[in-house]
Design a protein. Structure first.
Length: 748
């Protein structure tokens, strides 16, 4: 404002002149320090003391103060104009190596640096104050950049052996000899076979090693289509499915240079479970070096179903997930399986789940199956298979029975050591839970007359534990036949506990029912033998007769029974009914022995006038008649007809057992009512513990009977088995006898 106006400029000039005259006359006022009054102890001087001490006593290298360090630098460098340099070698962090300060590294000594070490050089001074020559980077010949700021910096990574030389202007060059330590690729190997747990988890044991540590890894599973058996539900073209890939979980702590772990991945529900696959494992380090194993070609680990029905349901689920084209076929097979569920489906929930899956497939039969419906049906079938296989584990008795069956099936079907060990542990836990449940029930039941007895004193597990330890020892030694026999004895002991739990009948009644159960079991085994003999005879005749057609099944068996020679079992306690035979003639003899055994057992049963007792006796009469007809048909060579009679005999035995048990329960309720009306226990009743042993006055077992097989029995069993093996090796014996001996070895 006022620019170009003569009056305004004159006023501004006069103002500046007056201000200049006032400034010349200005004088500084005297200081009036007031801090001394507030700081009488002069603590403000501590800051000055700290600064002086730092300048005088602070040191860089040992014995060198800050002043000496400043005096040691060139004058122009301190002033920012002369050449000076600094250098560092920083190894990668994963190596754990320290950073090296190049200025202090001894000259002439080789410097060992890991691959990938970052070298940093800084030069202080004017332009072109120092030159750099290096042959350690990948390209080599890195030049010092030219800058006018007084600071030059360059970085590069060590990729090979070489030299590093810095030459300051007007000074001697400084040289370093670098020896690079290469980063080795990790190595990995399997320490065992790829296996599965009892519940179907894949287990991959491995060992990986690296010079600086494993950073991670992956497992890939690809379907091996060349090895897939393209039949039945797998005949259709499979729908695309990505390969499985999951990360290797490494330990959270510890040195990862050596890792020895087992990868566990839950793949039981995957559609590829049980199919041929290629499994590969690779690990990598921080430098992205990779180590891998050769792909393993094997069946993809998954849950193993010992129950045939559970396995068939799981197989239909797999076929449905393999291709939607199998939906109609899966529905038809499931309908056939569930057509007559009596005696097949032991679990009602599983049956209802399968029927629900069938209805879902029928509702969507007109249109292509959607992803949602297919996944829903697959989930239903999987749950049904698990229920059939594992059962309802909430009940201790059902758990115990299921554990025994699964262990027996595992030993017969050649399960792995790990699966058998898991099943053995499951049997131990189930037995403990069942014993505890029996003790609690006995304590709560006043009709037992044992409420005053401490269950821990009444139920001891020493004998059961001893027997299970012996079973496990035999399995570890590979003596599966003996372990199977002991498992059957364990099952009999536990069944005896179930009978005692069901009622307080007389010992004769208990023995009669136990005998009927043994007869039923032997009859089932005999029916299995008849079926196998029928199959073997059919196969033999097909090979012998060729296109002329098979002869009458078993027509020559009766003619071959006379010359079998001496049977080893006859020298050792006699041969029990149900033990192996040769041909339909031997099966007929075993059938007659079972019929006579049943006739004797019927005579030992009490004459119960109840309706259930009469029905039970009629069912046993029917079983005896069916056994007689089965024997006659076996003697005639009609294995198929004999098998039908044996099946009817088994059904009649089961019906008789059910009716006899119902009669016993009715008698127990009547005895309990009579006992409640009296003043004391019923005369003649014997108190027993869950093992079936009579109790003494103080509640302790009073029997001296040893329920565990002793060493003498093991010795005799071993002698018998060795004798059978010896005779099997004598090839001059008749072929019929050799076949019989081989079946003995397979069975016992």
């Amino acid at each position: 404002i006022g620019a170009g106006d003569a009056g305004s400029e004159y006023v501004w000039a006069m103002h500046l002149k007056r201000m200049a005259e006032a400034a010349r006359d200005a004088r500084a006022t005297e200081p009036k320090p007031q801090l001394s009054k507030r700081d009488p102890w002069a603590l403000r001087l501590m800051a000055l003391l700290v600064f002086v001490s730092a300048v005088v006593f602070a040191s860089g290298r040992q014995g060198q103060s800050l002043i000496d360090s400043l005096q040691g630098l060139p004058a122009d460098a301190v002033a920012g104009g002369g050449p000076a340099y600094e250098g560092w070698a920083e190894p990668p962090g994963y190596t754990g190596k320290p950073t090296i300060y190049l200025n202090e590294f001894p000259e002439g000594k080789p410097m060992d640096l890991p691959e990938g070490t970052r070298v940093i050089l800084r030069v202080y001074g004017t332009v072109n104050s120092a030159t750099l020559r290096e042959t350690v980077s990948a390209a080599g010949g890195t030049a010092m950049p030219e800058t006018g700021t007084g600071l030059s910096e360059v970085e590069f990574e060590v990729a090979r052996d070489g030299e590093l030389t810095v030459t300051p202007r007007g000074a001697e060059p400084r040289n370093w000899t670098v020896r690079m330590t290469p980063d080795q690729a990790p190595t990995v190997e399997l320490t065992g076979e790829i296996s599965r747990s009892l519940q179907g988890s894949m287990q991959v044991p491995f060992r990986a090693e690296d010079d600086y540590g494993i950073e991670g890894g992956t497992v890939e599973v690809q379907l091996n289509m060349e090895q897939v058996d393209r039949r039945h539900g797998l005949a259709a073209e499979p729908e695309p499915r990505e390969a499985l890939s999951f990360s290797v979980q490494l330990p959270m702590r510890g040195d990862l240079a050596l890792v020895e772990e087992t990868i566990v991945e839950e793949l039981a529900e995957h559609p590829w479970a049980g199919l041929p696959v290629r499994i590969s494992l690779n690990v990598y380090d921080a430098a992205n070096n990779v180590g891998a194993i050769e792909p393993v070609r094997t069946a993809m680990p998954g849950k193993r179903f010992f129950d045939p029905l559970a396995g068939s349901v799981a197989e239909q689920r797999r076929d449905l997930l393999w291709s939607r084209e199998n939906a109609r076929r899966v529905g038809m097979i499931l309908k056939a399986v569930t057509h007559r569920p009596e005696g097949i489906f032991q679990n009602d929930k599983a049956y209802l789940m399968v029927r629900t899956a069938i209805r879902r497939l029928d509702y969507n039969a007109a249109a292509p199956l959607s992803d949602e419906v297919r996944e829903e049906v697959a989930e239903l079938l999987w749950k049904a298979a698990l229920l059939i296989e594992d059962g309802d584990l909430s009940d201790a008795a059902e758990r115990l029975k299921r554990a025994q069956e699964r262990l027996s099936e595992a030993m017969e079907n050649g399960a792995t050591d790990e699966e058998i060990q898991e099943l053995m542990d499951e049997l131990r836990r189930a037995a403990q839970d069942y014993m505890r449940q029996l003790a609690e029930n006995a304590e709560r039941n006043p009709d037992r007359q044992q409420s005053q007895i401490d269950p821990s004193q009444m139920v001891t597990q020493d004998q059961l534990q001893e027997l299970m330890n012996r079973i496990q020892e035999l399995m570890e030694q590979g003596r599966m036949d003996e372990a199977q026999q002991l498992l059957q004895q364990l099952q009999q002991m536990l069944e005896n506990m179930q009978v005692v739990q069901g009622g307080q009948g007389q010992s004769g009644e208990q023995a009669g029912r136990q005998g009927l159960q043994d007869t039923l079991r032997e009859q089932q085994d005999l029916a299995d033998e008849t079926f196998r003999e029928m199959q073997e005879e059919f196969n033999r005749q097909r090979q012998q007769d060729g296109p002329d057609g098979p002869r009458q099944l078993g027509e020559q068996d009766g003619q071959q029974q006379g010359g079998q020679g001496e049977q080893p079992g006859e020298q050792q306690q006699g041969q029990q009914p149900g033990e192996g035979g040769s041909g339909l003639g031997d099966l007929a003899q075993r059938q007659e022995a079972l019929r006579q055994m049943l006739q004797g057992q019927r005579g030992q049963l009490p004459q119960d006038g109840s309706e259930a007792g009469r029905a039970g006796r009629e069912a046993l009469d029917q079983a005896e008649r069916e056994m007689g007809e089965a024997r006659e048909r076996l003697e005639e060579g009609d294995a198929s007809g004999a098998l039908d009679n044996q099946a009817d005999a088994i059904d009649a035995l089961r019906e008789g057992l059910r009716n006899m048990d119902e009669a016993a329960r009715q008698a127990e309720r009547q005895d309990g009512q009579q006992q409640g009306q009296g003043n004391g226990p019923v005369t003649g009743q014997v108190q027993r513990d869950p093992l079936g042993r009579p109790l003494g006055g103080n509640g302790a077992p009073s029997t001296d009977e040893n329920m565990i097989p002793d060493e003498e029995l093991y010795r005799r069993s071993k002698e018998l088995r060795d004798e059978i093996r010896k005779r099997t090796g004598e090839q001059d014996r008749p072929q019929l006898e050799l076949d019989y001996l081989k079946r003995l070895l397979e069975r016992f």
